[in-house]
Design a protein around this ligand. Structure first.
Ligand code: GTP
Ligand code: MG
Length: 217
């Protein structure tokens, strides 16, 4: 690996500067951080590039970041402190033998600070994904990924909402591995999904995406 591009989609994330600082202190390999922001006011950050998202949704934010990313390896992570930069080196290590590595809170050794209700919803979606896509992953709905750039380049993305990682895995057909991670609770800022109308719409989008992805399996 020559350079790692870390793409972070954000929408009103008050702790993004803290996350950028944390990445810059814990990730020792050459890297750039690209924050793709959809807030009303763009954050001014030190140690990261910030671009304003023109499209909608987390998946499209990733693609806008990818379009300007210079790295031969690309990472995607959340900007609310849920994904821990300390896990990135272990994901990168595993990438030496795979094309895509994802962070898994449900693999032995993984942890989540989510409340039981969210763990159950997350596990239900994981089960549905394993059945529909016949894929052997414990946490296929994760949003934490590192991937080789050439693998991402050959995917024809058509993002629906949040779930760009499972789309990448299915469409690339590339070798994928899971690594246990600690999923922290959101420390500040507002939840964009939950048990509300928005959460329900996102759940519908995920189901429709899973059915669409069946043709790649
Ligand atoms: N650029 C961009 N970022 C988004 C969008 N929607 C969500 N995000 C960011 O994507 C990441 C994941 O979204 P979250 O809101 O944390 O989703 P979640 O973890 O399922 O739910 P909560 O943490 O409970 O809100 C966060 O950094 C969000 O700020 C969007 O439409 N555009
Ligand atoms: Mg979150």
């Amino acid at each position: 690996m020559r350079t790692l591009s870390i793409i972070i989609p954000t929408k009103n994330e008050p702790l993004i500067q803290e996350l950028v600082n944390d990445i810059n202190s814990k990730v020792k390999v050459a890297h750039e951080i690209i924050v793709v922001d959809k807030s009303t006011e763009l954050p001014k950050l030190h140690g990261a590039k910030v671009i304003r998202q023109k499209s909608d949704g987390l998946g499209n934010a990733f693609l806008e970041g990818l379009a300007i990313a210079k790295g031969d390896v690309v990472a995607l992570m959340d900007g609310d402190g849920s994904h821990d930069p300390a896990d990135i080196p272990r994901l990168l290590e595993k990438l030496q033998n795979y094309d895509i590595v994802i962070g898994s809170k449900f693999l032995p050794g993984g942890k989540t600070e989510d409340p039981l209700s969210r763990v159950l919803v997350s596990k239900a979606f994981a089960l549905i994904t394993r059945i529909l896509l016949r894929i052997d992953l414990k946490d296929p709905m994760t949003g934490f990924m590192v991937a080789k750039r050439d693998v991402l380049n050959r995917v024809k993305f058509n993002p629906k909402g949040y779930k760009i990682v499972i789309e990448t895995i299915c469409k690339s057909k590339a070798p994928v591995a899971e690594v246990p991670i600690t999923f922290h609770a959101r420390k500040a800022g507002e939840s964009k999904v939950g048990f509300n109308l928005r959460g329900l719409k996102e759940a519908m989008r995920i189901l429709s995406l899973l059915f669409e992805l069946r043709r790649y399996r």
